[in-house]
Design a protein. Structure first.
Length: 266
């Protein structure tokens, strides 16, 4: 399934509050600001709402409906990863990676590459000029990440169909020179509306680079990263993805290198 390109207004609005600065699309800025004034943080507010399903990244993420527009959103609190995570925890230097996630989300959707739409984010003042961050994305129903599918935790999605959709996503990324250095099984969402074949979406796109890399090199780098993740997932969970099947999947992806998109800067 190919996502039709979407045109967005380029402006990112902001609003300073007593304890934070909130950034986002003009249509949602009032709602985001109101939530922070009334509840302290977006994350605290979302965590108090009834949850339609369990979602988790490095920490739990929560689904809620904005109070005025009633738009269903996912709210994620940002945490550091890696060896220094116990020390750095959830405080970041400005401007953080949230502006990149907002920008890249919109750019990928404009290119027709499926991803979640980031609607806004909030930077909360912390000590020494540092900040804490909440990111708000549009909620997409009927999704499960590739890791869940491979571990048989999403029985409504067949593994073969999920892998076929992932191949299509890899081809879309390669066509536009989008390299995702952390392309793992948790950063690929399978979207399965009722009576519709699954399509794959890429998430956590703040680390992605867009353009300037040939389709062949883009495919090689993305496949290499995803292949490592598949092997790790297989070792940890014994999923239905033996080494030979992983190798066959990687070979199939590398055989599907597309031509560069018209107007791509390579």
């Amino acid at each position: 399934m190919t996502t039709a390109p979407v045109a967005f207004a380029p402006a990112l609005d902001s609003r300073p509050l007593a304890q934070a600065t909130v950034f986002g699309c003009a249509a949602y800025l009032d709602d985001l600001s109101t939530v922070i004034r009334d509840h302290g943080t977006l994350y605290e507010w979302a965590s108090s709402q009834p949850q339609p399903r369990a979602l988790r990244g490095r920490a739990p993420v929560y689904v809620a409906a904005l109070p005025t527009t009633r738009t269903a959103v996912v709210v994620r609190h940002s945490w550091h990863g890696g060896l220094l995570a116990p020390l750095t925890r959830d405080v970041f230097r400005r401007p953080t990676r949230a502006p990149l996630e907002f920008e890249h989300s919109r750019k990928l959707l404009e290119l027709g590459i499926p991803t979640t739409e980031v609607l806004g984010y909030a930077l909360y003042h912390a000590a020494f000029g540092l900040v804490r961050v909440d990111v708000v994305s549009r909620y997409v129903e009927h999704t499960a990440d590739l890791g869940m599918v491979l571990a048989n935790l999403a029985p409504a999605i067949e593994c073969d169909a999920a892998l076929a959709a992932t191949l299509t996503l890899l081809e879309q990324l390669a066509r536009h020179g989008v390299v995702h250095p952390d392309l793992n099984v948790k950063n690929i969402l399978l979207h399965t509306p009722p009576d519709t074949p699954p399509s794959a979406m890429v998430i956590d796109v703040d680390v992605a680079t867009i353009g300037g890399v040939s389709p062949a090199r883009t495919m090689e780098r993305n496949v290499a990263r995803l292949e490592r993740s598949l092997h790790k997932w297989n070792r940890q969970f014994g999923c239905d993805m033996a080494d030979a099947r992983i190798a066959a999947f990687a070979k199939a992806a590398l055989a599907r290198v597309p031509a560069a998109a018209s107007g791509s800067a390579l």
